[in-house]
Design a protein around this ligand. Structure first.
Ligand SMILES: [Zn+2]
Length: 232
């Protein structure tokens, strides 16, 4: 009896959490990982807004004249609405990373909906925007996520360039890693907060310092910058 119960629980876990992970992260189905046109690169930032790092990152982007996409945590956005308003005013795109930085695969359907649709609705109401791109926290979703996104006509954007910037890494090393993976359809993910589980304190300092050289290399190759909604 116990054996059957264990087997049934495992089967449900595989179907609900395991297969959607393989389907998206492994096979690239039901999600986008690269921009839609050669020569277009998307610069994206997850986990913010953060009261210290995000404004300085926005300064760096303004200095360079580049528009980026911020996949924000709705709870942080509500805590720092002025920063989100600045993102929007300066032409950046605000999309959905979650309501909180939770691990989605093991959430029940109700909390899963809160992470994608709930966070989207909160951002829409508070900031008068219409987010329609979702990047699940840690890039990990479950079966309910796929159903909800499909019904709501939202897309899931993952990435093609990820370099471990949530750990304190010297800026020149971050630049080296990004440049090594960069191509004409890259979706680059970086992080503008060190408050998410697993992040090292102060790590975004290095991201901010690396940004000018990363932008310079993207421009040197003749690529243009696109936003998340342009990758659909
Ligand atoms: Zn994240």
């Amino acid at each position: 009896m116990i054996d059957w119960l264990v087997a049934a629980v495992l089967a449900v876990l595989v179907l609900y959490a395991g297969l959607p992970f393989v389907w998206t992260r492994g096979l690239g189905r039901a999600c986008i990982r690269r921009t839609s046109k050669q020569g277009c690169v998307a610069l994206t930032f997850d986990d913010g807004p953060h009261p210290v790092y995000t404004p300085r990152l926005l300064d760096a982007l303004r200095e360079a004249g580049v528009k980026a996409t911020f996949f924000v945590i709705a709870e942080h956005a509500l805590k720092h609405p002025d920063i989100v308003e600045r993102m929007i005013a300066e032409g950046h795109e605000v999309q959905v990373h979650g309501y909180r930085h939770w691990f989605v695969p093991l959430l029940p359907p109700g909390l899963t909906a809160r992470q994608c649709l709930g966070a989207r609705d909160v951002l829409a109401r508070r900031f008068g925007i219409h987010p329609r791109v979702y990047r699940p926290t840690w890039g990990a979703c479950n079966l309910a996520t796929l159903v909800f996104l499909r019904r709501a006509k939202m897309s899931m954007l993952l990435w093609s360039v990820m370099v471990g910037d949530w750990r304190s890494t010297p800026p020149e090393e971050l630049v080296r890693r990004i440049v090594a993976k960069l191509d004409g359809r890259s979706v680059i993910v970086l992080h503008d907060s060190d408050e998410s589980p697993g992040a090292e304190r102060g790590a975004p300092e290095n991201v901010i310092a690396a940004i000018p050289a990363v932008i310079e290399e993207i421009r040197r190759r003749g690529y243009t910058f696109v936003l998340a909604s342009e990758c659909e």
